[in-house]
Design a protein around this ligand. Structure first.
Ligand SMILES: C[S@@+](CC[C@H](N)C(=O)[O-])C[C@H]1O[C@@H](n2cnc3c(N)ncnc32)[C@H](O)[C@@H]1O
Length: 310
């Protein structure tokens, strides 16, 4: 059973000494301190009965470097390979890398995260999850669902690592989870001044060698040893409340293009963006509301329905 001191030492050691294992063929979107921490935590939390699980494999940097660092046990990764993969080659890349590195203790779950997490027992052969890494879709709901759907499968002695916590909505999902599941506590947090895509020079290098785009590490504090603390969030919920307007809008799937249009008004690229928006509006099978606003999408729902008694 890894105690809090061991877990904190794992993070400190990764901060000071970087990864336990790296290889030039393993590339991806995670910082060195992050996968160095996952590797060390994995060694203390993964056993023959407890596994490592991540949502968001991409080309296998975190999954395979953790699998390689484990002394016992299995590392599983969930990805539907539907994003950041325009040529549909990431699944093959991961499998090739696994073979080249001689890794036999990693398993891929090629599914949408919700389908995979709702039926996780079919993949884990009765194992519990000792170390859970969340690095998949970053919208607020997916972040929160990743934390909620995993609950039945988490080991008593478990740690949850969430990537991309520089994003405000990711921090909000973690905060909401920590508020409602008080046995989980925030153990460590680190942020960079912006997303690495918006960084240059030394600060970019620091993010690459560090935590990439911010991290929150949460632990199930069974002995109640840690003070409760929360990742920083804004008290105003205005952006989350806007979700309601977007969901009930007439052309909700075009919200990103509409925002792009707004931005182009400031950057004088209106012409290009308008063409983009019009194309999206007429060529993509998006969700369409019948009304100008306050669409409920409830026309096919039952007027009333009672639950079936078993
Ligand atoms: C940032 S990448 C993961 C990076 C990886 N952990 C690394 O270290 O390089 C995010 C991954 O999440 C996956 N993803 C996004 N939405 C998903 C969903 N709904 N279900 C499953 N995987 C999803 C994407 O396909 C992508 O490969």
């Amino acid at each position: 059973m890894a105690d809090l001191k061991t877990l904190i030492n794992d993070i400190r050691d990764a901060e000071e000494n970087g990864p336990l294992f790296e290889n030039e063929i393993l590339t991806g979107y995670s910082g060195k301190k992050l996968f160095g921490t996952l590797q060390r935590l994995g060694r203390h939390l993964v056993t023959p009965d407890q596994c490592y699980l991540e949502v968001g494999v991409y080309q296998g940097l975190t999954l395979l470097s953790v699998a390689k660092a484990l002394e016992v046990g299995t590392a599983y990764g969930i990805d539907n390979f539907a994003f950041f993969d325009p040529d549909h080659k990431n699944l093959t890349i991961v499998n090739n890398r696994m073979e080249k590195l001689g890794i036999s203790n990693a398993g891929l779950i090629n599914q949408d995260y919700e389908d995979a997490l709702e039926n996780l027992d079919t993949h884990l052969n009765g194992k519990k999850v000792g170390l859970y890494f969340v690095d998949g879709p970053h919208d607020y709901r997916s972040q929160l669902m990743c934390l909620l759907l995993i609950q039945p499968y988490l080991a008593d002695n478990c740690v949850i690592v969430v990537d991309d916590c520089d994003y405000q909505h990711v921090r909000q999902a973690n905060r909401d989870f920590l508020q409602t599941y008080p046995e989980f506590k925030l153990l460590f947090e680190s942020y960079s001044p912006a997303h690495p895509y918006n960084l240059k020079g030394e600060t970019l290098e620091e993010a690459r060698n560090g935590w990439w785009n911010g991290v929150n590490i949460m632990v199930r504090d069974t002995k109640n040893e840690l003070e409760r603390s929360f990742p920083p969030t804004e008290r105003s919920r205005a952006l989350f409340e806007n979700d309601h307007l977007v969901h009930a809008a007439q052309f909700p799937t075009e919200a990103p293009e509409a925002l792009r249009l707004l931005r182009s008004l400031k950057t004088f690229q209106l012409h290009k963006t308008l063409i983009f928006l019009i194309k999206a509006l007429f060529s993509r099978p998006g969700v369409r509301g019948r009304f100008r606003s306050m669409n409920t999408f409830s026309e096919k729902l039952p007027k009333s329905r009672y639950a079936m008694v078993k």
